[in-house]
Design a protein around this ligand. Sequence first.
Ligand code: ADP
Length: 487
Amino acid sequence: MEKTTLNYLWIKGEKVSTTETIDVVNPATGEVIDQVPNGGKKETKLAINAAYEALKPWKKLTPEKRESYLVKWADNLLENRDELAAILTEEQGKPLSESRGEIEGCATFIRWYAEEGKRVYGEVITGSKENQRISVIKQPVGVCGLITPWNFPGAMVARKTAPALAAGCTVVVKPASETPRIAIAIFEQLMKTGIPAGVANLVTGKASVIGETLFEDRRVKKISFTGSTEIGKQLMKRAADQVKRISLELGGNAPAIVFPDADLDLAAKAIVDNKFENCGQMCNGINVIYAHGEIKEKLTEKIVNLAKELKVGLGSDPGTDPIQIGPLVNEAALKNVEHLLQDAKEKGAKVETGGERTGDATGYFFQPTVLSIVTLDMKLTQEEIFGPVAPILSFQKEQEVVEFTENSPYGLAAYFFTRDVNRVYRMAEELDSGMIGVNGTSLSVPQAPFGGIKESGIGREGGFYGLEEFLELKYISLSLENDEGGY
Ligand code: ADP
């Protein structure tokens, strides 16, 4: 396949280049695959100017008209699914099948918000005087800065841009420096819809400079960020200066809890599917597995057997026997996994399978790893592993795992497996987390509010709640004249 050139920003509907560039690396080979613009303050300002100019006409369009652009965008993504998946895999590493699924997911998400944009309702409230009429309307927030991460570099662009545009906002997107090409390519498909120039802009480059320019400009009314808790906290502080609205989707420490009455085959399969998806680099990915003492041995055996079957390799390999695990995103991610594993081993964890780097020494591959005899003093039970390592702990009482979630600074997702309906309600209500998966681990659907509590973030993506992130309330009080001209 001919290599697609993707070395430009999107500002006011035009491709814009810069003299300075940043290298994009293929994590499966360590090779530089492309250079994208190193956009800075100047380019970000131009993008904000364009988004600001485009705002008034865009927000005045009917939702149906905005829908028409979004639907075309979704169609374009599906038509170019294979090419886009190849671009995504080349810079991110995940298997082509996952990349294809991600592009399809973008289209599903965009279509959902294209529809939902038509359902922005207001409210009429009874007044305090006979002639007072109170109404509440919802209006677009304005220009939004959308900062996206590298782990779902396609999905996150769609998940933020679609609700923003559907709500009537205009945007400046800043993709992660590791994975800018897929964002540029996804924007190309948006530009092909004929969307008015300036409604959606994209700037690649140094995060801190682009971020700062977005924060300091008063015309940018909202920042939506997905990334690490550490950077999220910095951005929240920065937002305080102008009381800029901010949504944060940050890290997590999700437990998967398996009770003795669970269907153990189902639990093991769901846990392995989630844990090793995207090489374990998923914010709502399982971080620790809590197996009840009665079934710990059996569950561990099933998880280990499934993990051993996983094929690690080049994500771009289209072979008849597709791989399930690609490389980690970079050397730092690989080193972090090794560091956490070493700490766990020193503190007594047993490696049931995996535990080593694998494949071509130039790529960032790591074997799917399962650990048993894991205890809470090990760092990997407290920090996000973000890699293909599944630590199994044991527990006896529900309260132990409830306390684990209560004691964690994070609160994104928790999963549990049981067939006892009483326990389903007890646990779902008590676990301290924004999302709960019962007897399954898939959470990311367009109609549901994805997001966390505590240090896992603020705000939600998905569902009507996701649209509200891009809407402001306005309350209008009207005093009616009576038929004699008085009040
Ligand atoms: P990760 O650990 O997932 O790479 P980061 O929080 O470092 O997460 O990055 C997530 C996104 O935030 C990326 O697009 C990154 O470029 C961007 N980013 C990082 N630092 C800043 C910053 N100071 N201001 C704005 N954006 C930032």
